[in-house]
Design a protein around this ligand. Structure first.
Ligand code: 3H9
Length: 668
């Protein structure tokens, strides 16, 4: 099957693009398109053209892998220029997605008819660059400047109705009428209507400022540059504006930031592929959530938003009523209420006895093929599995709080999980719009283990002389939305405190263990909810301010441990924290809990807001000069030789082999 085929009937040429799986614009597709378009030049029997596609999507954008090398000919602007040079009207018939270069291609047509499944958007800014084939030039000429800023700078996808109201689509029809409607539209067009030549009035400063005010406060430079190009476009002709956009696109395309974001794009895909099996997934329509607490409610919201029929079970009728009120899903205080569930997610208290008893009971009420998953963060899945009669349909599915907003999910095979269960979970996770990684069994799985190293190193730094606010600020200036101490206060220090008390008996006494957070809890200072924790909060201080009582407690703790505080700069804070994460990652690789280094970058960027523009912690450190990295690892080892034993060779100036393996996997 050729990538582009042409047929002409009653003076209308119909070009069909067929480049499975998602009509991704690679060199072969652009070549085929250019040939098909130029073949129409000079054909006097063709009075109009319709471009349509086989498959689910119109055109999912340019092949992201091609952006790593030099641009390969023909480039997309040349294909669009050929479309515009045809003397007859060209209409795009859009089904499914038209993204990035795919939307730009459609905007190079004289009109666009979409079916009701059509969705359009510009994902480019999430990849570290900006539209490179006219997105910033043609979009505002249809939508006006403020709406174009919204679309391009937020990368949000819009549906057919919104695209119609913005003027991006000219008509919307049911899917089975798409081709006929596009042909009719093309035949009704009296002449060409090049979008690039439409007039564009400059927007008022206040309107532009209002559109920019809706963007995240610390927008990345490529986003600000896209906004500037859109604005500038009003003062230039279409062709002049296209030249400026192209220059910016090529410059940003090869930036470190764009390279890192492409790395993460493919890292997420590689992680998702781990869940692919040849087994057929089971159908999941009805989902039971066991537990109506904070996690249960946010899971209920996540599943309901993805269109599942959700029932929340909790023996406490008041809790059920509360979750019902917040989420609008149905609730039950009887396990029989879960009888129709195709999947049950446990979100009850982290206690082995509570969970094993619950699973035993659930099993009595659900079908034999109902999949049962535990959202446990720490408990042994093998032991949980032993509580069940049918172990093959049991697995771990670990969400992160708040589950309706945090995109990360760890999928963990229990000892007897079968492939059909994994295949089903893969479909469920994708429908939830989450990013999965596969994790092996082990206390804390992957992301929490790395985060524990991050947090404990932050506490070591405070004990060594930094202040909590200095540590938080050093990480925020690196790109984190919030630092570890403010996070602790927000989520409540008492959760970790309970866990610390539980583990106290089994903790290796040689481990360096900072008790300041526990001491805060002993004083009833659990964080924001109790008015103080690491920081002090008040009605006029919702974000928290430094608290002299915390400083006094820290100082007393240093004295008790014989530590003379020293000045620690932001660079040391960041490098020690990241090196601690690297050590934890290397240990997880050694134990087989995680399969590849890039899974860790995916887990931390998706689940813990590690700045994406550097590609994640491992990718970031892979760029650090060798000698600097070895020094940093040595400092981290010295901060606690038991916890960071893996870094021991660094003290003798050597890069530990386990760490070197990890870095080689993600090296730019
Ligand atoms: C752009 O266009 C820049 C222009 O402005 C520049 C002009 C000069 N590249 O996800 P699926 C692969 S920027 C490379 O399973 P779905 C994907 O990896 C680009 N590969 O299907 C997978 O391969 P594998 C803007 C891509 O239905 C296979 O296709 N475009 C690309 O669940 C099937 O995908 C984007 O950012 C790509 N662009 O989801 C869109 N797209 O099986 C990115 C797909 O080996 N893509 N692949 O892993 C997506 O968001 C989803 O793939 C999509 C379909 C929603 C389209």
């Amino acid at each position: 099957m050729p990538i582009v085929s042409t047929s002409v009937e009653n003076s209308t040429a119909v070009l069909v693009i067929d480049n499975p799986p998602v009509n991704m614009g690679n060199t072969a597709m652009r070549t085929a398109l250019l040939e098909a378009i130029t073949a129409l030049e000079g054909r006097t029997d063709v009075l109009n053209v319709v471009i349509t596609t086989a498959g689910r999507h119109f055109y999912a954008g340019s092949d992201i892998a091609e952006f790593d090398g030099p641009p390969s000919e023909p480039q997309l602007p040349a294909v669009i220029a050929a479309l515009e040079a045809l003397p007859v009207p060209v209409v795009a018939a859009i089904t499914g997605l038209a993204l990035g270069g795919g939307l730009e291609f459609a905007l190079g047509c004289d009109a666009r008819v979409g079916d009701t499944s059509a969705r359009v958007g510009f994902p480019e800014v999430t990849l570290g660059f900006l539209p490179g084939a006219g997105g910033t030039v043609r979009t505002p000429r249809l939508t006006g400047i403020p709406k174009a800023i919204d679309l391009i700078a937020t990368a949000r996808q819009i549906d057919a109705d919104e695209a119609l109201s913005l003027g991006i689509l000219d008509r919307v029809v049911p899917p089975d009428e798409l081709l006929d409607a596009a042909i009719a539209y093309a035949r009704s067009m009296p002449a060409k209507r090049l979008v690039r030549d439409l007039p564009l009035a400059p927007a008022a400063r206040t309107q532009i400022d209002a559109a920019v005010a809706l963007l995240p406060k610390r927008s990345r430079p490529n986003i600000l540059e896209a906004v500037a190009l859109i604005e500038q476009s009003a003062h230039l002709s279409g062709p002049e504006a296209l030249v400026l956009e192209r220059e910016a696109f090529h410059r940003l395309r090869v930036s470190d930031e764009a390279t890192n974001l492409r790395y993460l794009f493919f890292a997420r895909r590689a992680a998702a592929k781990d869940l692919r099996t040849t087994a057929s997934p089971r159908k999941v329509r009805s989902v039971g959530i066991a537990g109506a607490g904070t996690m249960g409610s946010s899971l209920a919201r996540a599943f309901a938003a993805a269109g599942y029929d959700v029932t929340v079970y909790d023996p406490n009728a008041a809790a059920v009523a509360r979750v019902n009120e917040i989420t609008g899903v149905s609730g039950t205080d009887a396990l029989s209420g879960l009888a129709k569930a195709d999947l049950v997610v446990d979100a009850v208290f982290e206690d082995m006895q509570v969970k094993t008893a619950l699973f035993r009971e659930i099993e009595e009420h659900v079908r034999a093929d109902t999949i049962l998953v535990s959202n446990t963060s720490y408990l042994d899945l093998a032991e949980l599995s032993r509580s069940l009669a049918k172990t093959s349909r049991f697995a771990g599915l670990h969400f992160f709080n708040p589950a309706d907003r945090n995109p990360l999910v760890e999928v963990i095979r229990a000892p007897h999980t079968d492939d059909a269960t994994i295949a089903t979970l893969s479909v469920v996770v994708s429908r939830l719009g989450k990013t999965p990684i596969s994790a092996g069994m082990g206390d804390g799985f992957v992301a929490n283990r790395i985060y524990a190293a991050y947090r404990s190193q932050a506490e070591f730094l405070v004990q060594d002389g930094a202040s909590p606010q200095q540590v938080d600020a050093a990480l925020i200036s690196f790109g984190f939305p919030i630092g570890p101490f403010a996070v602790g206060d927000l989520s409540g220090l008492n959760i970790a405190w309970s866990r610390h008390k539980r583990l106290a008996a089994t903790r290796d006494p040689r481990q360096r263990y900072v008790t300041i957070a526990d001491q805060l809890c002993e004083l009833g200072r659990f964080g924001k909810k109790s008015g103080s924790g690491w920081y002090r909060y008040g009605a006029d201080q919702p974000r928290g301010v430094p608290d002299p009582r915390t400083d006094a407690l820290i100082q007393a703790d240093r004295v008790a441990h014989g530590i003379s505080p020293r000045d620690i700069d932001d660079e040391e804070i960041r490098s020690r924290i990241f090196a601690a994460m690297l050590c934890a990652a290397a240990s997880l690789m050694q134990s087989g809990t995680v399969q590849r280094a890039s899974d860790i970058d995916v887990a931390l960027t998706e689940g813990f807001a590690f700045p994406r523009h550097v590609g994640g912690p491992i990718r970031h450190l892979a760029r650090m000069p060798h000698a600097e990295l070895v020094d940093t690892l040595a400092a981290t080892y010295r901060s606690c030789s038991i916890t960071f034993a893996i870094a021991a060779p660094a003290v003798n100036g050597e890069l530990p082999e386990a760490i070197s393996v990890l870095l080689r996997q993600v090296a730019p």
